[in-house]
Design a protein around this ligand. Structure first.
Ligand code: SF4
Length: 369
C-alpha cells in the first residue's frame, strides 16, 4: 500500500492519520483532487474500521412530509410549490399525517422523520400538535423533525427566538433535528442556490442551541452541482468546528444533487465516483463526528452499498414514504425492509445492526447474502 500511497501523493496524509494528527484544509482539497479514488477510499475505510470495524447501522424509520407549500425558491428543489392551490401543492391535515403512523401499527418503527416546506399560513400549533399526536399514537417513538431552516422560519414567522421555538417543540415531543437545509455553507453557493434560507451561521447556531438543550442533530451537505472542492472542505470544517464545541452531531450525511424537475436541470447529476469520494473525504475530515451516513435514496442503492468500503458506516433506514428525492428523479425504491437493508450490508461483507436514532443497538441480524 505504501507504494500506492506514494504514487497517489498521499503518504503524508496517511502518516497524519496514523499519528491522529488532524487533517487541515489543504489536505481536504488534495483528497478531492487526487486522481486515485481507491487510495482515498482505502484511507477512509481504515478510519471507518478504527471506529466501527465492520459494523453498519440502519434504523426502522418512516419519513413524512406534511406539506410541500414553501415560500422559498431553492434552485435545486423539485418538491416545493409556492402557494396552496398551485398544481401539485398539498398540505395534509393533522389527522391525515397521524393516520400514516397509525397505518403502520404493525411495524416496529423507532423513528419518525419529518421535513416540510416553509408554509406561510399554518399556525405554530400545527407543528406542536403534530408532535403531540405522534407521541399519543406511539409514546416511545423518536421524533426527528424540522430542519434548522424550518426552525429559523418558524422563529421569524411566529415572532419567537430560535431557542424558544426549539424549547416549545421539545416540550411537544421533539427529540432531535435532522440534518437537511445545510446545502453548502459557502456564501457564494448558498446565495445562488438557496437565497431564501437562513444563512450558514444561523443554521449552525440552531444546531448549537439544540445541542445545548440536550438534543442530537445530523448535518448534511448537498454536493455535485456548482460547489468547488474548496467549498466542500470549508463546509466540512465548519461542521468539525461546531462538533469540537458541542459534540452533538451524530452523523454527516452527504446528499447527492438530483437535477430532474428543478431550475438546475441543465446540470448533470454527480457521478458514482464523486459520491464515493465525498463520503470518503467526509470520513477523513470529520474526525470528531461518529457516523458517516449514505442516504441510499440520494446516492442510489448500489453506490450506498459500495460506500460501506469508503468510510460509510450507516445506511439510514427503511424510509418508506420519501417524495423529495423522487420528485427530483431518484430511481431508487421509496422503501426498503429491514431484511433488504440487512442483505445489502451482508452482501458487502459488513455486519448489519439495527439501531435507534441515538445509535443504541436494537438488534443484530445475521442473514445470508
Ligand atoms: S429545499 Fe426546502 S426550503 Fe428550499 S424550496 Fe424546497 S422545500 Fe422550500
Amino acid at each position: 500500500m505504501l507504494s500506492r500511497l506514494r504514487t497517489a501523493g498521499l503518504v503524508d496524509i496517511a502518516e497524519k492519520l496514523d499519528a491522529t494528527v488532524r487533517l487541515d484544509f489543504e489536505d481536504g482539497v488534495r483528497l478531492f483532487d487526487a486522481p486515485d479514488l481507491l487510495t482515498v477510499g482505502w484511507l477512509a475505510n481504515r478510519e471507518r474500521e478504527r471506529r466501527h470495524a465492520g459494523r453498519t447501522y440502519y434504523n426502522y424509520n418512516i419519513r413524512l412530509e406534511a406539506t410541500n407549500v414553501c415560500v422559498a425558491s431553492c434552485l435545486f428543489c423539485s418538491f416545493a410549490r409556492l402557494k396552496p392551490g398551485d398544481a401539485g401543492a398539498y398540505t395534509l391535515t393533522l389527522e391525515e399525517v397521524w393516520a400514516k403512523l397509525e397505518a403502520r401499527a404493525h411495524q416496529p418503527l423507532t423513528e419518525v422523520h419529518v421535513v416540510n416546506g416553509l408554509h406561510p399560513d399554518l399556525p405554530f400549533s400545527y407543528y406542536t400538535e403534530l408532535l403531540r399526536g405522534f407521541k399519543r399514537i406511539r409514546p416511545g417513538i423518536h421524533l426527528k423533525c424540522f430542519t434548522a431552516v424550518e426552525i429559523a422560519f418558524f422563529a421569524d414567522l411566529y415572532g419567537k427566538t430560535d431557542e424558544q421555538v426549539l424549547v416549545e417543540l421539545k416540550e411537544a415531543g421533539l427529540d432531535s433535528l435532522p440534518g437537511g437545509g445545510a446545502e453548502v455553507f459557502a456564501t457564494r453557493v448558498r446565495t445562488k442556490l438557496a437565497a431564501d434560507k437562513c444563512d450558514a451561521d444561523r443554521y449552525l447556531s440552531i444546531h448549537r442551541t439544540a445541542h445545548a438543550l440536550g438534543m442530537r442533530t445530523n448535518v448534511t451537505m448537498l454536493y455535485g452541482h456548482i460547489e468547488t472542492h474548496e467549498e466542500r472542505v470549508d463546509h466540512m470544517l465548519r461542521i468539525r468546528q461546531l462538533q469540537d464545541e458541542t459534540g452533538g452531531v451524530q452523523a454527516f450525511i452527504p446528499l447527492a444533487f438530483h437535477p430532474d424537475n428543478n431550475q438546475m436541470r441543465k446540470l448533470p447529476a454527480p457521478t458514482a465516483t464523486d459520491s464515493l469520494r465525498v463520503h470518503a473525504v467526509g470520513r477523513l475530515m470529520l474526525d470528531n463526528v461518529p457516523h458517516i451516513k449514505a442516504y441510499w435514496i440520494a446516492t442510489g442503492v448500489d453506490v450506498a452499498q459500495t460506500a460501506l468500503w469508503f468510510g460509510v458506516d450507516d445506511l439510514d433506514g427503511t424510509v418508506q414514504e420519501e417524495t423529495i428525492y423522487h420528485m427530483a428523479g431518484s430511481k431508487t425504491p421509496t422503501a426498503m425492509t429491514p431484511r433488504q437493508l440487512e442483505r445489502l450490508i451482508v452482501a458487502a461483507g459488513r455486519e448489519p445492526l439495527e439501531r435507534d436514532t441515538l445509535y443504541n443497538v436494537i438488534r443484530s441480524a445475521a442473514v445470508a447474502s
